[in-house]
Design a protein around this ligand. Sequence first.
Ligand code: SAH
Ligand code: SF4
Length: 408
Amino acid sequence: MTCLAQTDRPMTDQSPSAPITQDVMTIPRRLPEGGRVNLVGLTREQFRDALIAAGTPEKQARMRVGQIWQWIYHWGVRDFAAMTNLAKDYRALLADRFEIALPEVVTRQVSADGTRKYLLRIAGGHEVETVYIPEENRGTLCISSQVGCTLTCSFCHTGTQKLVRNLTAGEIVGQVMVARDDLGEWPVPGAPKDETRLVSNVVLMGMGEPLYNLENVRDAMKVVMDGEGLSLSRRRITLSTSGVVPEITRAAEEIGCLLAVSFHATTDEVRDRLVPINKRWNIETLLAALRDYPRLSNSERITFEYVMLKDVNDSDADARRLVKLIAGIPAKINLIPFNEWPGAPYERSDWQRIEAFADIVHKAGYASPIRTPRGEDIMAACGQLKSATERARKSRASIAAEAGLPRP
Ligand code: SAH
Ligand code: SF4
């Protein structure tokens, strides 16, 4: 599994000790007066309202949503003219008022191991990255929820970008559709049904903190989960959070997908430094929210992500504390070898250390897979992404200072 949590960390005055903010721009879903409304990312209810506003009789609206929805999300059609079960003049009306628009693919790179990385341009000229990781009999798409991130985890390259904005629901769903386009995964009418899906799983582990963009992420996932369209079950979607505690319950109730948590430390002292949001919601508060999650979301277990940082969080004592802390929570622990980036104030733990840590966790009864970096040759592995537009790197010294480490 890969995540794309790192872009070059730009200059910012937001240090871990500064208050954690979520001042991000949210761009309006609708286009200005006279513009065409993008149908991608609208929930069924919003879709229906949009059709009615465009003159569709209320009585027909539900049926029309169903028909158009299938064209867009089941067949992957982008042209209203091809929606042959609709009257011609209605198709013309749709084309006049709406569009089916996806983020623009700026570059696409394919790794020797088959991993694909897409650099996508979205409204305002911003760029985000999406990574597709093929596996045996399945494939995982790692998608972004924000441009940049307002949080400043000291091991993560995304950190804060000069400009952070929430992705719209359309831009989030659009990432899934772009990948299906590129993989040629839309069904062909009349062809036998292929049960093996290329994009079989989605992880919200790209750029951004999904729980700081909960409404758009929720709406996007509603579209992705809809059984008459993209039809990915909620058990094939994993949302990763750094620990935005108040939104965890909402995510359980309103999305109900699987949850991963960037845990990374076993004491508040260390977690404060690695994941500064811990200063607002500490380990105990986070664990209390996590204990409720499986029941509220009806999901089986929570994934604890744990990045292995040499001499920081990787001791046997850490492993033992970890299993004690999470006792009683149905869990799996994903050990992520740290991916270094220029100026990073940490090093990856030695392989033997990672294995010894995994062993303790495993013996305590938890699955403890060590995540193999994928797509390293195209800089698509965990923490290797960069979006060129918002790039401006901090000095080694300021990164170290923020992490509370001695100056390099
Ligand atoms: N903001 C969310 C989701 C994106 S980060 C979150 O923090 O959970 C996805 C995962 O990549 C997180 O577990 C994050 O901690 C991890 N990650 C970030 N930088 C990394 C690095 N340099 N090496 C390995 N994993 C990293
Ligand atoms: Fe990186 Fe996630 Fe922390 Fe944001 S919350 S800085 S994306 S690890």
